[in-house]
Design a protein around this ligand. Structure first.
Ligand SMILES: [Zn+2]
Length: 447
């Protein structure tokens, strides 16, 4: 921590003084030594509405989330470039463009993974820069490991769905499969979902990835493999066929529904229900467990430091399918993981933590769908609605109004940024642009 405060003080001084004292700082660096680490946590689709829904359900609206206690915070403006006309902005983001803006400092368009919107040129990412400079690198997610957010740090594609050889999406622009690029980039730890990325190669259809094995990776695919991993393994771990199952679900597995009317035309509001555990999540590693392994691995025998990106992917995916309990469970897991990252940073020193989202999702917290004036009918009641019962027994309405099916859109809200361990004056407070996050990470990691 001392080193960080000294750097902050330097920035306030004149040029001549900076030069003199910088030598002192260099000396301190030598004496204190130690690697420099950056942990970036991305809550996919984690707009303020998804956070508010979670806070209301779990803490009855009190500030009980760990991120609520993080004092250095700001608000990020999200925008991407139009696919058909990259000279124009689109005031809502998406995971490939958002991931790219964070990982490269350049805006791009929908579906582009670390490639330009204009001609698909590859843009070097913070992870690739870190790798070149000798840092260890890691990617942890609850999505398939090749999904847009992790891919934006370790691959380049104009179509985000070009995951593996043979995928039709690879043909659109001639992209090299994302999984091959991620392995070629020699990322030290990759943990998420994605059995479908593996090859079934023998008569027992044992799942391996020959290229990963040839490159020296330990390929792990279940809890037993995971628990037996040595701390220094170069790891490619996938624990579900595609995206990992979420931790929570609505009562009986149901999400938000179109409201119905009784015979007199009055809306029948559902009873308030509590969320429940998703039985399909049993037996797979939790986000915190994958994060613990990644931190231990990357910090092990490492004199330079590491860059680790951790994604809570299904905050967004559950909002797409209008399942507020799914979003809440994933948001709570992400929040616990943020606390773990900050605890690690406090313990380790020389470690910064940045927490943000790529874009907002479709969740709205309302009481009940209603008009302030006029009659309510199904014709004027768009969207899907679910009434939850918070821990303290309060009714909590979750609403999805971007359409009437379980295929909801992203929304153009600002997203939060929280941080720990950055120098004072780092531009991560107030209102910032999303591409600034790249500048902040680069300045911290490679100073
Ligand atoms: Zn999404």
């Amino acid at each position: 921590m001392h080193r960080i405060f000294i750097i902050a003080a330097l920035s306030l001084m004149s040029c001549g003084q900076v030069e003199n004292i910088a030598v002192t700082e260099e000396n301190m660096d030598t004496s204190s030594g130690g690697p420099r680490n950056l942990i970036l946590l991305i809550g996919d689709g984690m707009g303020e509405a998804e956070i508010a829904l979670t806070r209301a359900y779990e803490f009855d609206g009190d500030d009980g989330l760990y991120v609520d206690t993080m004092e250095v915070r700001g608000s990020v403006i999200v925008k991407q470039l139009m696919k058909d006309d990259p000279g124009k902005y689109q005031f809502v983001g998406e995971s490939a463009s958002g991931g790219t803006t964070i990982s490269t400092g350049q805006r791009t368009s929908d579906g582009h993974v670390a490639t330009t919107a204009t001609d698909g040129a590859h843009i070097k990412t913070i992870l690739e820069e870190a790798k070149e400079k000798g840092f260890k690198t890691g990617l942890v997610t609850t999505s398939a490991i090749t999904d847009a957010t992790p891919a934006s740090f370790a691959a380049h594609a104009e179509n985000r769905y070009c995951w593996k050889r043979g995928d039709a999406a690879c043909e659109e622009y001639g992209d090299n499969p994302i999984v091959d690029q991620m392995l070629d980039n020699n990322v030290d730890v990759m943990l998420g979902g994605g059995w479908e990325l593996l090859d079934a190669v023998d008569e027992n259809a044992t799942l391996i990835h020959q290229k990963a094995i040839d490159l020296g990776y330990s390929v792990v695919k279940d809890m037993e493999d995971f628990n037996n991993l040595p701390v220094n393994a170069k790891t490619f771990g996938v624990f579900s066929n595609s995206h990992m199952p979420v931790e929570w679900q609505g009562a009986g597995g149901l999400g938000a529904q179109v409201v119905s009317l009784d015979e007199e035309g009055n809306i029948i509001f559902p009873l308030a229900e509590r969320c429940e555990l998703n039985p399909n999540h049993a037996g797979i590693p939790k986000l915190e467990e994958m994060t613990t392994y990644a931190l231990n691995n990357l910090a092990n025998d490492n004199d330079t430091g590491f860059f680790l990106m951790i994604e809570g992917a299904s905050i967004d995916k559950q909002a797409h399918v209008a399942k507020p309990c799914g979003t809440i469970g994933e948001m709570l897991a992400f929040d616990r993981t943020v606390k773990m990252a900050v605890d690690f940073a406090v313990e380790q020193g020389n470690t910064a933590v940045i927490v943000t989202a790529d874009h907002g999702a479709s969740t709205q917290v309302i009481y009940k769908p209603e008009f302030y004036r006029g009659a309510r009918t199904l014709d004027n009641m768009p969207g899907l609605y679910q009434l939850l019962l918070s821990k303290g027994g309060h009714e909590l309405g979750a609403y999805y109004g971007t359409n009437n099916t379980d295929d909801q859109a992203h929304t153009g809200v600002n997203v939060p940024i929280y941080s720990y361990g950055l120098p004072d004056g780092a531009p991560v407070t107030g209102i910032i642009q999303q591409d600034t996050i790249y500048d902040v990470m680069k300045a911290y990691l490679f100073q």
